[in-house]
Design a protein around this ligand. Structure first.
Ligand SMILES: Nc1ncnc2c1ncn2[C@@H]1O[C@H](COP(=O)(O)OP(=O)(O)O)[C@@H](O)[C@H]1O
Ligand SMILES: [Mg+2]
Length: 251
């Protein structure tokens, strides 16, 4: 079996309307190793969400996407997406039921087993005491934790995260970053994480890429800073500057 959980070959994506087409992603080639935490940065509108949506199987495109060497053309439980939007849970289901539901769809038929998996995932995001709450009774940060637990419970090959912490206040964001760091070090899923925030990428990522407007990768580098990363970490300033320059160069 390949060392890569994801391989993207010659991926291009255009949107068409009645009169014209616009190319969003152009000839993307990218391989992501198992267990890598890949952060994708880039200016607004450069195609980060579109790239995640292609990987998730939500968008038609040209080129090939392989997950664990299998060609992916449609959505599947091997790739689970976590969105920025707080409203990604079923409002009529409790926290526990929200996590149980996709486990049933995955084919785990034993109720006891589903509950055990769901509760284990809830404990990883520190929400064990809230399993009977409904989404409207949770803060934004707690809703994002449930969305992460839902993804973890499914044990996908790849978790796709589209600016999941962007709408949170600064303190909650730091808390969730810390938890995500711990989770990512303990879980076997590969994580692909879109963020606008360079500091967030340096704290979480093991590798960072910058997408240019027009959808080409203009920087691709390992994040060699020793975790936990703070602005005082050796090499932080230089790494921050490289990413910033690449993002601004592409604006
Ligand atoms: N469904 C769509 N139809 C047409 N254009 C779209 C659609 N979705 C996104 N786009 C365009 O594709 C470009 C990239 O969007 P997106 O991937 O959301 O960027 P990012 O996540 O980097 O901000 C934008 O110019 C956006 O307007
Ligand atoms: Mg986006």
């Amino acid at each position: 079996m390949s060392e890569y959980s994801l391989r993207i070959e010659s991926l291009s994506k255009a949107y068409f309307n009645d009169t014209e087409s616009s190319i969003i992603l152009k000839n993307i080639n990218l391989s992501v190793r198992k267990n890598e935490f890949l952060c994708i940065l880039g200016p607004s509108g450069c195609g980060k969400t579109t790239l995640l949506r292609c990987i998730a199987g939500f968008e038609e495109h040209t080129g090939q996407i392989y997950v664990n060497d299998s060609l992916c053309t449609v959505p599947g439980m091997d790739r689970i997406m976590v969105f920025q939007d707080f409203n990604q849970l079923f409002p009529w289901k409790t926290v526990l039921q929200n996590i149980l539901f996709p486990l049933k769809r995955k084919g785990i038929n034993s109720t006891a087993e589903r509950k055990e998996i769901a509760r284990e995932a809830l404990s990883k995001v520190k929400l064990s005491d809230y399993e009977s709450y409904y989404p409207h009774q949770l803060s934004g940060g707690m809703k994002q934790r449930v969305a992460i637990a839902k993804a973890l419970a499914l044990k996908p090959d790849i978790i796709l995260m589209d600016e999941p912490f962007a709408a949170l206040d600064a303190m909650t964001r730091r808390e969730l970053q810390n938890e995500m760091l711990t989770i990512s070090q303990e879980e076997s899923s590969t994580i692909i994480f879109v963020t606008h925030n360079i500091q967030e990428a340096l704290i979480l990522g093991t590798r960072n890429i910058v997408l240019q407007k027009g959808g080409e990768i203009i920087l691709d580098e390992e994040n060699s800073l020793t975790k936990p990363v703070t602005p005082n970490s050796e090499g932080y300033g230089a790494a921050w500057q490289r990413l910033r320059d690449a993002i601004y160069l592409s604006c």
